[in-house]
Design a binder for this molecule. Structure first.
Ligand code: UDP
Ligand code: MG
Length: 218
């Protein structure tokens, strides 16, 4: 049988769409945050941003606005504002779906029955205190990332041709020079050497022309 490959039509590199999602470690599981983060990394996610925050009830109501009016809304708000949470922007291929799969069913009791390896089965308590949150789609992921990280840029990460064009234009010429020099010098710590080299050879670094030099008073 012929091998099935994912062709993107412009060469032999398969198109990988890196997605971002918002993950929360909820108040009841914050004391297990280190273990949860280890599972996050082992599952192939990159943690792009992370912060610990204690939301007010008003901020929590805003965050969960879609559930306003539901029976569980008031207790959800009380629970989510009862202590600090950890917010993380996670990235990987199909991050949104994969993180929700790793989180497991909303109800921790059900999670223990049907998805015993999921985070909610392992770290959740009941149908409300369920250890983690995950965005449920591209639009909510964008909104929720902006909510928790107002300064972040949520433009899509370039992939395929666009990524190759960008890298070819913006970094490859400089990297090639740096790597050539690195091979000549063979320093003891090549990564640190390259980091220093890039800092002093960055073509985009601000240049101060001589004629603008400030004359020190005599
Ligand atoms: N929740 C609750 N009771 C319910 C359903 C949900 O307390 O009957 C809480 C639970 O903490 C859940 C959150 O409200 O994680 C948001 O609910 P949603 O239906 O969006 O579930 P999720 O997307 O978190 O799986
Ligand atoms: Mg939800």
């Amino acid at each position: 049988m012929p091998e099935v490959t994912m062709e993107n039509g412009d060469g032999d590199v398969p198109e990988i769409v890196v997605e971002r999602t918002l993950a929360l470690i909820k108040p009841d599981a914050v004391h297990r945050a280190e273990e949860i983060e280890e599972i996050v990394l082992e599952s192939g996610f990159t943690i792009l941003q992370k912060r610990r925050i204690h939301l007010t009830p008003e901020q929590t109501s805003d965050f969960y606005a879609e559930h306003y009016g539901k029976m569980f809304f008031p207790s959800l708000v009380a629970y989510m504002s009862s202590g600090p949470i950890i917010a993380m922007v996670l990235a990987r291929e199909n991050a949104i779906g994969y993180w929700r799969e790793l989180a497991g069913p909303t109800n921790s009791f059900k999670a223990r029955e049907t998805h015993p390896d999921s985070l909610r089965a392992l770290y959740g308590t009941d149908d409300q205190r369920n250890a983690v949150h995950g965005s449920d789609g591209v639009t909510s992921a964008e909104r929720e990332i902006r909510f928790m990280f107002p300064d972040s840029i949520v433009e899509p990460i370039p992939a395929g041709m666009v990524a190759r064009d960008y890298l070819a234009r913006a970094v490859n010429p400089t990297l090639l020079k740096g790597l050539t020099e690195l091979c000549k010098q063979k320093p003891e710590d090549p990564c640190m050497w390259l980091a220093d080299w890039l800092l002093s050879n960055n073509p985009n670094k601000p240049q101060v022309a001589d004629r603008y030099a400030v004359q020190e008073p005599m």
